[in-house]
Design a protein around this ligand. Structure first.
Ligand code: ATP
Length: 348
């Protein structure tokens, strides 16, 4: 077990800066996810921690010890890859045992760790099969067993579920989370799937173009994104600019393109225009006595099973609203909505 620290890390490929002065501290036993669009530098960070790449600047500490110059095979990290990276000619047993042999553990210890890992990921009865004789989900479990069997200080996951279908992805995700909870191994998980990140992580690091945009627990990242990139990348968000024009009962009133909106925020009157955001599911059908009335026309109403996904045109802009399936809303109809002031969040 160990904590992990990246200090001002930069990694370039020729002139291209893939990781740009990134600092990050992960606590012992924590499960942290790097989340961001394709090409933002997630895998580069993971590979640098594993020791497959050397940073151009900055330092890496594992368990408080400077690890930047420690060779990959001495770092006590283990990686689960998207492609599983199993040896095709070896059985499940031999694949899992491989890392233990590399560690030169005594034969009886190898045997103990092997059966412990097979137990943990539920691979009983499949030990003699080769990877080609397994499903994608089973192959990913072998990859997981191979990683945990080495008792690493740090577990690294590089989009381990991308090759699985949606149902299996959900299943293996729960297994990974459960296993990590039991082992308490410090884990860094890379994905570009925001729903996956929200479900699996203790904390999420949102990245864009080689830099960190925000670090926080899933709820903070979702409810209080620090800028419009994060708001937009994590699910659906309504983002609008407003000019503070008045202050009433502890709220600031903003003049926006879709009308006046009150938000619970310290007095900002006189300040520059602010960007605010709120989630579609915070919107409700307007009733007397409610605040922040927004009038528009329903352009699309999509039945999603558990909710109705609405695209509403308001003064030339599209506002998104999501409501439980009981709401009766049809495309083409006028609609009046409301969003509570404490659900409108200033960005930045
Ligand atoms: P993805 O989700 O697509 O895997 P990522 O966030 O993991 O993306 P990286 O693989 O870290 O991104 O790549 C970051 C940037 O560095 C990308 O623009 C990529 O094209 C570039 N890059 C990665 N490896 C190399 C390399 N060996 N040589 C040159 N450029 C590279």
């Amino acid at each position: 077990m160990a904590d992990l620290q990246l200090v001002n890390m930069t990694k370039r490929y020729d002139d291209f800066v893939a990781v740009d002065d990134v600092s990050l501290a992960i606590e012992d036993g924590e499960f942290v996810t790097l989340l961001g669009p394709s090409g933002c530098g997630k895998t580069t960070i993971l590979r640098t921690i594993a020791g497959f790449l050397r940073p151009d600047a900055g330092a890496l500490y594992i368990g408080g010890r400077l690890a930047t110059d420690i060779p990959a095979n001495k770092r006590r990290t283990a990686m689960c890859f998207q492609s599983y990276a199993l040896f095709p000619h070896m059985s499940v047993r031999e694949n899992i045992r491989f890392g233990l042999r590399m560690q030169k553990l005594p034969a009886d210890e190898q045997e103990r760790r092997l059966s412990e890992a097979v137990d943990m990921v539920g691979l009983h009865g499949l030990e003699s099969r080769r990877p080609a004789q397994l499903s994608g989900g089973q192959q990913q479990r072998v990859s997981l067993a191979r990683a945990v069997a080495t008792h690493p200080d740090i577990l690294l996951f590089d989009e381990p579920l991308s090759n699985l279908d949606a149902k299996l992805r959900e299943h293996v995700r729960v297994e990974i989370k459960e296993l990590q909870r039991r082992l308490r191994t410090t884990s860094l998980y890379v994905t570009h799937d925001q729903a996956e990140a929200l479900m699996i992580s203790d904390r999420i690091v949102v990245m864009n173009a080689g830099r960190i945009e925000q670090i926080g627990d899933p709820e903070t990242i979702y409810r209080r994104p620090s800028n419009s990139f994060v708001a937009d990348f994590i699910g659906v968000a309504n983002v609008i600019e407003g000019q503070p024009v008045a202050s009433e009962n502890g709220a600031t009133v903003l003049e926006t393109e879709i009308g006046r909106l009150s938000l619970s925020a310290a007095d900002r009157v006189g300040a520059d225009a602010v960007l605010v955001s709120w989630r579609p599911e915070e919107m409700v059908i307007f009733r007397d006595g409610m605040e922040n009335r927004i009038d528009g026309v329903v352009r699309q109403s999509i039945f999603m099973g558990n909710l109705l996904d609405l695209f509403i045109e308001v003064k030339g802009r599209t506002i998104r609203a999501q409501m439980t399936g009981e709401a009766r809303v049809t495309a083409g109809e006028p609609i009046a909505l409301s969003v509570p002031r404490d659900r409108i969040h200033p960005l930045g």
